[in-house]
Write a protein that binds this ligand. Structure first.
Ligand SMILES: Cc1cc2nc3c(=O)[nH]c(=O)nc-3n(C[C@H](O)[C@H](O)[C@H](O)COP(=O)(O)OP(=O)(O)OC[C@H]3O[C@@H](n4cnc5c(N)ncnc54)[C@H](O)[C@@H]3O)c2cc1C
Ligand SMILES: *[C@@H]1O[C@H](CO)[C@@H](O)[C@H](O)[C@H]1NC(C)=O
Ligand SMILES: *[C@@H]1O[C@H](CO)[C@@H](O)[C@H](O)[C@H]1NC(C)=O
Ligand SMILES: *[C@@H]1O[C@H](CO)[C@@H](O)[C@H](O)[C@H]1NC(C)=O
Ligand SMILES: *[C@@H]1O[C@H](CO)[C@@H](O)[C@H](O)[C@H]1NC(C)=O
Ligand SMILES: *[C@@H]1O[C@H](CO)[C@@H](O)[C@H](O)[C@H]1NC(C)=O
Ligand SMILES: *[C@@H]1O[C@H](CO)[C@@H](O)[C@H](O)[C@H]1NC(C)=O
Length: 591
């Protein structure tokens, strides 16, 4: 593509300026000035001048970055083309480590609009990425960024790790607040929230808003403790617990959002507040499950901790050659899942993967990675004995059963063997459905059909991460914004669909596949919903599928704390007044 020549750019700039001036003169004083119809973009007169950006930079102590697209070093036409750096970017592209360490990069290519992939033959422009970034390491840096975006009507995003499946941590023409360097881990024997008069009798940890799972687990393990946390090493507390946050130990202790005792938040109006059950209780309720980058930016959070359990683990493969008819394979999967509520009530949790053809093999079946806290291997064997016997009775000599049991002295020890080591750097959509006892134990012939369709893209997963602990959790202040269906769910079922970059047909096909695989699952558990952090970004009625009856209260709080929609993302609470038009964000009805 030919580059625009400078005189054309100048002409375009003048024309835009003339049009906006004309509008200002001819419109009545009551009409909003044109810059309020859409958020500002570079090249329009309402975009801040270089001097304004320089002042923001100065006020933050030089922390404003103007990073290139991470793939730009691989494109000879780009100013920072660099073959050596390109090799490193290409090597890192499929890893979570690469994207979390970069100021603007995200795991799933489509969210940066495939605008600068690091591969030969792909186009490269900055189009999908933020223009400026505040590399925040204090709440004040965050506040300066929020205030600047509010004052100049600039699209604002918050990026921590960039792992988001909904694409909320990147946007074109935006100012991004990079919270990754908001670190710090401080443990407590008991904790009194700032505005409360009494102490909560629990061990706790206060961490910066960019803190990542691996660092938190490692620090707590040294004192024999742990938290409810996720399966990815570099997932950060910010996006994780604002979405709810499930983990291996949530089945016993509740979701991550249920562990929060206090949070320091930079609000959309630029206040730095400390929310807890005693102060700013609406915000305290909303940030625990109401979604990331919606109610402000979390600069630190305090979470309840507990003594790390010893874990008995089971890695169980139940498989059969792919020549075995699919219905038999999925009937077996449905049967195993029907035991999950009972197994969960007995203390089991874990991750199960099922497929008509498991990766790197000809086998179809399931692989379950399960744990039992503070119980011996004999208890694990006893739990599964009747399940395995039922399978052998129903389908004699059909399935190969390979169990491998281990004991781990702590959660962290288990995690080091079983952290999520999947690949990033792809174009991927995911889907989710929560399932309760009724759905899992109902008509198993039907469930077999539903599960076969659910795994249509390759592999379906059933995370046994809810149950008793989530049902009985007592979030501080009497509740939080987590989707209420979590309290009756046992399983969060999910899958991913990859597609080819830079191909709008492939993108649309992937989304309709996600919808197709989910459809019978929704019918199976119509009253539950989806786990927002691992859901289809175009889930129909996402407002209620992600938040249920909490949506209306969340919306009310959003309007109160962010009357000017300084924080905007999709699919996020209260985003209905704006829409994306090409690479701009404009008021609905005024495009
Ligand atoms: C490998 C992997 C494993 C995962 N495992 C689990 C799991 O076990 N359990 C689970 O529940 N989920 C899991 N997830 C999903 C995870 O919860 C989401 O991807 C989540 O959005 C990640 O949050 P983040 O802050 O790391 O990512 P980001 O993409 O940086 O942020 C996600 C969202 O949160 C916002 N945000 C981030 N930080 C802040 C902050 N400080 N204040 C306000 N908003 C903020 C962002 O703006 C964005 O809206 C996993 C994801 C991956 C990629
Ligand atoms: C911000 O200031 C620092 C230090 O003065 C400088 O290195 C950096 O280039 C500036 N950022 C931008 C975007 O100009
Ligand atoms: C961001 O700030 C941290 C310190 O808080 C610093 O270590 C890091 O190098 C900065 N990153 C960039 C890209 O400037
Ligand atoms: C605090 O909790 C611990 C452990 O649950 C308990 O042993 C202790 O008695 C409690 N202390 C108070 C003051 O309630
Ligand atoms: C169970 O599901 C199967 C397969 O969908 C269906 O044919 C059958 O009628 C169902 N049985 C009952 C009792 O609903
Ligand atoms: C785009 O994707 C569609 C659907 O997968 C495929 O049929 C088509 O060949 C792809 N187009 C190109 C140019 O690769
Ligand atoms: C994505 O890029 C295409 C050009 O490749 C552009 O037409 C489109 O507007 C972009 N979309 C967004 C949301 O930025």
């Amino acid at each position: 593509m030919a580059l625009l020549n400078p005189s054309f750019c100048t002409a375009l700039f003048l024309l835009t300026w003339l049009l906006s001036t004309a509008y200002a003169i001819t419109s009545s004083p009551r009409s909003p000035p044109p810059h309020q119809l859409c958020k500002a973009v570079p090249g329009t007169p309402n975009w801040p001048s270089p001097a304004s950006w320089a002042r923001l930079n100065e006020s933050t102590g030089g922390r404003v970055l103007q990073p290139s697209a991470p793939g730009a070093v691989c494109h000879p036409g780009q100013p920072d083309y660099n073959a050596a750096e390109c090799a490193a970017v290409r090597n890192g592209w499929k890893t979570y480590e690469f994207h979390q360490a970069d100021p603007v990069s995200v795991d799933w290519n489509q969210w940066a609009n495939d605008s600068c992939l690091p591969f030969d033959g792909d186009p490269c422009s900055h189009q999908g990425y933020p223009v400026f970034v505040v590399n925040a390491s204090t709440a004040r840096h965050v506040k300066l960024g929020v205030d600047f975006a509010a004052k100049h009507n600039i699209r604002l995003v918050v990026k921590s790790s960039g792992h988001d499946f909904l694409g909320r941590s990147v946007a074109p023409n935006s100012l991004s607040i990079w919270v990754h360097h908001l670190k710090g881990i401080q443990t407590h024997d008991s904790f009194r929230p700032k505005h409360c008069s009494s102490t909560i009798n629990t061990t706790a940890v206060t961490v910066g808003g960019g803190t990542q799972m691996m660092d938190l687990y490692a620090a707590l393990d040294e004192i024999g403790q742990t938290v409810v946390g996720g399966g990815g090493k570099t997932v950060s507390v910010g996006g994780y617990l604002t979405g709810g946050g499930h983990g291996l130990l949530s089945a016993q202790y509740g979701l991550a959002a249920d562990q929060v005792l206090e949070a320091e938040i930079v609000t959309p109006t630029g206040e730095i507040i400390t929310a807890s059950e005693c102060q700013d209780t609406d915000l305290f309720w909303a940030i625990r499950g109401g979604g990331g980058s919606t109610f402000g930016a979390l600069t630190s959070v305090t979470l309840a901790t507990f003594p790390t359990p010893r874990l008995t683990s089971l890695q169980l493969l139940i498989a059969t050659p792919s020549t075995t008819p699919k219905p038999t394979i999925f009937a077996m999967v449905a049967l195993v899942l029907s035991h999950f509520p009972t197994l969960s009530d007995a203390g089991l949790s874990g991750y199960t993967f099922f497929s008509a053809a498991l990766p790197n093999s000809d086998a179809g079946g399931l692989l379950s990675l399960a744990v039992l806290p503070n119980q011996p291997p004999s208890a694990m064997a006893a739990l599964w004995a009747s399940v395995l016997a039922t399978i052998e009775t129903a389908w004699p000599h059909t399935f190969l059963v390979l169990p491998e049991t281990n004991e781990y002295p702590s959660f962290y020890a288990w995690f080091q063997d079983y952290f999520d080591s999947s690949a990033a750097g792809t174009n991927t959509f995911v889907g989710s459905r929560l399932l309760g006892r009724e759905a899992l134990t109902g008509n198993l012939s039907r469930n077999a059909e539903v599960l076969a369709r659910f795994a249509g893209g390759g592999i379906g997963t059933a995370y046994l991460v809810s149950g008793k602990g989530v049902r009985d959790a007592r979030p501080r202040g009497g509740g939080n914004a987590v989707l209420p269906a979590w309290r009756t769910a046992y399983v969060h079922a999910t899958f991913g669909v990859d597609f080819e970059p830079l191909n709008t047909t492939a993108r649309a096909e992937a989304l309709s596949k996600v919808n197709y695989y989910l459809e019978p699952m929704r019918e199976l558990a119509p009253d539950l919903g989806a786990y927002m952090n691992e859901a289809n970004p175009e889930e129909p009625d996402w407002q209620h599928q992600f938040w249920g009856d909490n949506y209306e209260r969340l919306l009310h709080i959003k309007r109160k704390v962010d009357p000017n929609d300084v924080f905007w993302c999709t699919p996020c609470v209260g985003n209905e007044r704006w829409q994306q038009v090409g690479d701009r964000l404009c008021r609905v009805g005024n495009t």
